[in-house]
Design a binder for this molecule. Sequence first.
Ligand SMILES: [Zn+2]
Length: 68
Amino acid sequence: MGKISKGQKCSVVGCDSPAIRSLPADAVIRVGLNVEGGRRAYLCREHYKEYKRRTKKERKLEKWKFMG
Ligand SMILES: [Zn+2]
């Protein structure tokens, strides 16, 4: 997991950057990134950062929810 072939492009719609990471597409879609179809989503450095930022935010929101 996480290994990608050379020349793979970022799956985010409208993004043409080389991918550095592969993730399950549904995980990426869940955080609100618009990726092309398929079971895997390939993310460039910028979108991977964005993905990580959003998952962190999501976790924080969840905590708030639990706290009421
Ligand atoms: Zn990208």
